[in-house]
Write a new protein. Structure first.
Ligand code: X8Z
Ligand code: ZN
Length: 597
């Protein structure tokens, strides 16, 4: 009995002391959050300006980015904040789960900006901005005539003359050359800043956001590469033979010359194929760029998501600049949560075609994720995706759903009841989703791992890039590309979204799992022929994933929502009928890719 009384007294005492500790932690978190929101909103506003209005020779944006970036870094990296968060975490078990997550986030953010190396942080902020300005302020030229990236993309998509394709491809890579020194410098600055808080390198730091080590992430990514390889190998052989014929080449090359493919980095080959009766491009051509974005909003609204706020339309930068604008903007699509509250914006250069239709759906996925986790239950510090891949998956999932026949029929984008070739449709999708895996999980991820964790020497950047492209994607440059070029740096993310590209590979795997679940268990439809439009149950399913943001663990979210762990099986099942078809097409053709990677 006495023991019980002691136990009771102990419990009351520890409950009280828990409450005290929680109060102390909460007071720190409240104070931190307030300042964090103020400083991050100011930095986001400066970044927005620097990405939407790049004026040659004008350093106003740069100065503002540096000033606000430094203030944000000084606060988030302050030794005092780090110490307080660490001290509070020593009594982790007394705190609520939400508090622990926020404190860990504070320490994670700090590692990018530690006060102890504030000079390095300042140099990095400056270097990051200079790199972005160079990348997006670049003037692309073909035959000495200025062209936009949209124009280069159109040539790579449609042009049959190989000489013209080569010029467009080469023009698209020119930007990389001038970015090499900046990349070498940024690699060092990024590595050194996170090393001050005991991460081995910047790659390890970014991967740790998933709760994984570099080795664990590489194993996971490698597994996906291996699982997708048999399908990719068939697609690769198919593309070599089909394209050789299309371009009138008597000889079929063992590896695909990069300028043969309809994308600057060979990451999406879907434009190789048109599907009769499903050619949305011909319909979209007749619409306006505004219509494309509105149509995306309409899709989300039909699932029960709200309208986009008026400020989205007022403040976003959605369309290409007129040729005489006198300034440039970032030409790569993105979505922004400016103030971690209701100011959401997108930066795009939408034109009325199927690529931008898909990209617009993708960006709206980010925007609706922002809007959904901005709620009373999710503290601003945890207003992020369950993990970064989830953030990418939402909009890509809607992009996939927006290309399926029953949806297109319901929306009047194709004639109802039109006869279409299902295998050809599946082929077009595989040339997008399956082709992307060796690029994202192979070339990009391996290159960045070598860059940050392997200290890749600058005189091997281009050799390494093309070695990986050949190994994973089976592509080769049109002609030897020496180290005077830096083709990796022509890819946006290498410069301004460093060491995170595996996010996209994981997002594709995740989205097929979610899609499979939605099709089979909610819609009771064939995953290859769904119509999400107007289905509130689908909307609720997505909202439930989005609502908690990062306040729930990502692996439990997937398990809870789909009943399974991360797995490529739904993606492989989806394309299963295509493998047989490809094997028949490829009979007698020479495979050049190894069976496994
Ligand atoms: O960068 C993007 C989005 C913005 S988050 C347009 N994506 C990757 C890319 O373009 O390389 C979407 C899929 C892959
Ligand atoms: Zn995205």
């Amino acid at each position: 009995m006495k023991k019980l009384i002691y136990l009771f007294a102990f419990l009351v005492f520890s409950a009280c002391s828990n409450k005290e500790k929680q109060k102390e932690a909460q007071s720190f978190l409240d104070q931190y959050t307030k300042e964090y929101m103020r400083l991050s909103a100011a930095a986001a506003e400066a970044e927005w300006g620097a990405n939407t209005k790049i004026v040659e020779g004008d350093s106003t944006n740069a100065r503002l980015v540096e000033r606000t970036g430094e203030a944000f870094a000084a606060f988030t990296g302050s030794s005092e904040n780090i110490e307080t968060a660490k001290k509070l975490l020593t009594e982790e078990s007394d705190l609520t789960e939400l508090q622990v997550k926020q404190l860990k986030k504070i320490i994670y953010i700090a590692a990018d900006n530690p006060e102890t190396v504030s000079d390095l942080v300042k140099q990095r902020i400056k270097a990051e901005n200079a790199q972005t300005e160079k990348l997006f302020g670049f003037t692309f030229k073909i035959d000495n005539k200025e062209v936009s990236t949209n124009e280069i993309d159109a040539i790579l998509k449609d042009e049959k003359d190989l000489a013209k394709r080569l010029k467009a491809w080469e023009a698209s890579k020119e930007v990389g050359t001038g970015l090499k020194t900046g990349l070498v410098n940024l690699r060092e600055l990024r590595n050194k800043t996170v090393q001050a808080l005991d991460y081995k390198n910047y790659f390890e730091y970014q991967v740790s956001d998933y709760g994984l080590t570099t080795e664990e992430m590489m194993n996971l990514i490698q597994r996906l590469n291996k699982e997708l390889r048999p399908l990719y190998r068939e697609l690769h052989t198919y593309a070599r033979y089909e394209l050789a014929q299309k371009y009138g080449q008597a000889e079929v090359p063992d590896y695909l010359p990069a300028h043969w493919l309809p994308n600057r980095w060979a990451q999406d080959w879907s434009a190789m194929v048109t599907v009769e009766g499903m050619n949305t491009d011909s319909v979209l051509k007749t619409k306006s760029a505004e219509w494309i974005v509105k149509d995306g909003e309409d899709f989300y609204k039909s699932l029960g998501f709200p309208s986009l706020p008026a400020s989205f339309w007022q403040k976003s930068s959605l369309y290409p600049l007129p040729a005489n604008a006198g300034y440039k903007k970032n030409n790569h699509a993105s979505a922004w949560h400016m103030d971690l509250q209701n100011d959401v914006r997108s930066l795009m250069s939408v034109e009325p075609n199927s690529e931008w239709h898909e990209t617009s759906n993708h960006e709206l996925g980010h925007i609706y994720y922002y809007m959904t986790y901005t709620n009373k239950d999710v503290p601003p510090l945890l207003r992020e995706g369950a993990n970064r891949a989830y953030h990418e998956a939402m909009g890509s999932l809607m992009g996939l759903a927006s290309q399926q026949k029953p949806y297109l029929e319901a929306k009047g984008l194709i004639a109802p009841g039109s006869k279409t070739d299902e295998i050809r449709s599946l082929l077009k999708e595989a040339l997008n989703y399956a082709v992307f895996i060796p690029f994202s999980a192979g070339t990009m991820t391996e290159f960045e791992k070598e860059l940050y964790a392997g200290n890749l020497p600058p005189d091997k950047f281009n050799a390494k890039w093309w070695e990986l492209a050949k190994k994973y994607q089976g592509i080769v440059p049109p002609a030897a590309r020496g180290e005077e070029y830096c083709d990796a740096a022509s890819k946006t993310h290498i410069n301004d979204d460093a060491a995170q590209y595996y996010d996209y590979a994981l997002s594709f795997i995740t989205l097929f799992q979610l899609h499979d679940h939605i099709a089979k268990n909610i819609l009771k439809q064939n995953p290859r022929a769904t119509n999400y439009y107007g289905n509130k149950e689908v909307g609720n399913f997505l909202k439930e994933i989005m609502y908690p943001g990062a306040s729930k663990d990502w692996n439990s979210v997937l398990k809870e929502k789909t009943g399974s762990e991360l797995s490529a099986k739904p993606m492989l099942d989806y394309f299963e009928p295509l493998v047989q078809w490809l094997k028949t097409q490829n009979k007698g053709r020479k495979h050049t890719l190894s069976e496994s990677v």
